[in-house]
Write a new protein. Sequence first.
Length: 92
Amino acid sequence: MMHYVYVLRSARDDGLYIGYSANLRRRFTQHCEGTACATAHRRPWTLIYYEAYLDPADALGRERYLKSGAGRRFLKTQLSHYLQDHPFRTAA
């Protein structure tokens, strides 16, 4: 069984959500349908990044890292081409 760390981007506020799941398809569907309480108010979502791990502890450790300042800097670098093509909106 694989364990996933993923990054979603909200079309509503351009914010990112970093999460973990053992079933990425089901979890993404929950985010999109609004049945995930933490993200229901920020729909719709786009899955922009994920990593797969064999061990759940590795995936959970990676999730913790990506939620840190260094992890967010890593994501900014890792997703530089995507972010260049889909920049964050600026508040007017």
